[in-house]
Design a protein around this ligand. Structure first.
Ligand code: NAD
Length: 494
């Protein structure tokens, strides 16, 4: 059985006693086993990162930027190979895997501008003969913990900025699709990153806790489900660490009566069922405002009928399997529960048949959903779109704002005034207007509100520079010997 190793100090390391199986979701067969780090393995990785820190911190900014320019080239050159690795363990279609790599490359491009990003500030003559300047210095060793659903893009969100800012990193990717992280770390090495600057350890709760608890880890970036994000946030904060923990989502798409309903239906189908709904920015609730619901539901159902579901490696497939048998069964349970709770199952994904033992399920559309039903309240993370019917714009805003998550939201309308009001009123971190998945580009940061993010910094983009650096304020004076004197009073400005 192929074993997926850690990557520590520039070498593949296979020392762990515990392992976990890795599956091909399209066939349901085990393709590899991944080694699971103990606290001692994590300590080795942190030690490598700590040892590499002084050298990397002292590396000139232009030399650091060179690594990102080369990495960008390598990622572009080897995109197909990396996409195949993603599809083999995650299951998403190859096109979608290539799309995730493209978004990750944006983070590499952002990081390659580090000479600009790390500029400090200078104030001349704050007092007579006294200047003050501020510099941004790395925080130290950063622990990065990532989810299964974007095995390349989310690691790149974190490690690109952390490394650009002069930190060294221990990355703990999802144990469900771990190969891409090792491939990525090796590409960083090929791009010229010194050994020990980026280390990868695989593992589960034990590894994550060992990273958080290690005294030499200064900051923790986490992306995953809300309950784990909250636990990670508390544990790291309790140990006095800088922490950002991005959690789950329940993204609404509000469709106003004046919207182009065909465009809205296209967008709803794409955003709800793309990547089998396993995106933190997937639309999972369609909010139909006024009297458009019947027509909108009809248009969505029509489009669903033509969706092609199959192995991610098949160029004809538009949607692949779910990540695991448990995920598939969980999704099926929500559809069954919705019917029992009084919602109308318009399209039932459980009825779709596949001649494969992979983790496939068809897509579902559930109408007449209300808060209080589990299908509405929980993050399903699968291809299920719920429709909530509301009477007015105000009711739609109240519904979205009352939801515990606040990752993404979209509004479909032809009216600029409603769009402007929506932007002002809505309590969600990322808003799309006639855009179904409002994922910011690399030059903006990404993050939700409410229980979609614990901490105060969004991830990648400008806020990541703030998160991965500490500012130091330096006051300087170069007096002549004759100006020196003893003065016990508090310094006053001259
Ligand atoms: P998950 O929370 O199960 O796992 C995330 C990471 O935490 C993995 O590396 C996992 O090994 C580790 N982990 C699991 N259990 C742990 C525990 N008890 N203690 C410490 N660490 C633990 O999430 P997932 O299923 O891999 O990913 C899907 C989730 O991630 C969804 O909820 C999705 O919305 C969310 N997500 C959010 C964003 C965002 O930007 N907000 C982006 C992508 C995914």
């Amino acid at each position: 059985m192929n074993r997926i190793p850690h990557y520590i100090n520039g070498k593949r390391i296979d020392s762990s006693l515990r392992t976990a199986p890795v599956f091909d979701p399209a066939t349901g067969t085990q393709s590899a086993e991944v080694v699971l780090a103990s606290a001692a393995d994590v300590a080795d990785a942190v030690q490598a990162a700590r040892a590499a820190l002084p050298g990397w911190r002292a590396t000139g900014l232009i030399r650091r930027a060179d690594v990102f320019f080369r990495l960008r080239h390598l990622l572009t050159e080897r995109r197909d190979e990396l996409a195949a690795i993603i599809t083999a363990e995650h299951g998403k279609v190859l096109d979608d895997a290539a799309g995730e790599i493209a978004r990750g490359i944006e983070n590499v491009e952002f990081a390659s501008g580090l000479t600009n990003l790390l500029k400090g500030e200078f104030s001349e003559q704050v007092s007579r003969g006294v200047d003050v300047h501020q510099v941004k210095q790395p925080v130290g060793v950063v622990g990065c913990v990532t989810p299964f659903n974007f095995p390349v893009m989310v690691p790149l969100w974190m490690v690109s900025s952390a490394i650009a800012c002069g930190n060294t990193v221990v990355l703990k990717p999802s144990e469900k699709d771990p190969s891409a992280a090792v491939f990525l770390a090796e590409l960083f090495s090929e791009a010229g990153l010194p050994d020990g600057v980026l280390n990868v350890v695989h593992g589960d709760q034990e590894a994550v806790e060992a990273i958080i608890d290690h005294d030499e880890v200064a900051a923790v970036s986490f992306v995953g489900s809300t309950p784990i994000a909250q636990t990670v946030y508390r544990r790291a904060a309790d140990r006095g660490k800088r922490v950002q923990a991005l959690g789950g989502a329940k993204n609404h798409m509000v469709v106003m009566p004046d919207a182009d309903l065909d465009a809205a239906a296209d967008a709803a189908v794409s955003a709800a069922y793309g990547s089998a709904g396993e995106r933190c920015m997937a639309v999972s609730v369609l909010v139909a405002v006024g009297d458009i619901a019947d027509e909108l539901v009809g248009k969505v159902a029509e489009r669903i009928a033509t969706l092609r579901i199959g192995a991610g490696t098949d160029p004809n497939s538009e949607m692949g399997p779910l990540i695991s048998a448990q995920a598939r069964d969980r999704v099926a349970g929500y559809v069954a529960g919705a019917a029992a709770a009084g919602a109308t199952v318009v399209v039932d994904g459980r009825e779709a048949r596949f001649d494969s033992a992979g983790y496939f399920i068809g897509v579902s559309l559930v109408d007449h959903v209300r808060p209080g039903m589990k299908v509405y309240d929980d993050e399903i993370f699968g291809p299920v779109l719920s429709v909530v019917r509301v009477g007015s714009y105000d009711e739609a805003v109240r519904l979205v704002n009352a939801n515990e998550y606040g990752n993404g939201v979209a509004l479909f309308t032809r009216d600029g005034k409603s769009a402007r009001e929506f932007e002002f009123d809505i309590e969600v971190g990322m808003v799309g207007v006639n855009v179904p998945i409002p994922v910011p580009v690399g030059a903006y940061s990404f993050g939700g509100w409410k229980r979609s993010l614990f901490g105060d910094s969004h991830i990648y983009g400008p806020e990541s520079v703030h998160f991965y650096t500490r500012s130091k304020v330096v006051t300087t004076r170069w007096p002549d010997a004759s100006e020196s004197q003893i003065h016990l009073g508090f310094p006053s400005n001259g």
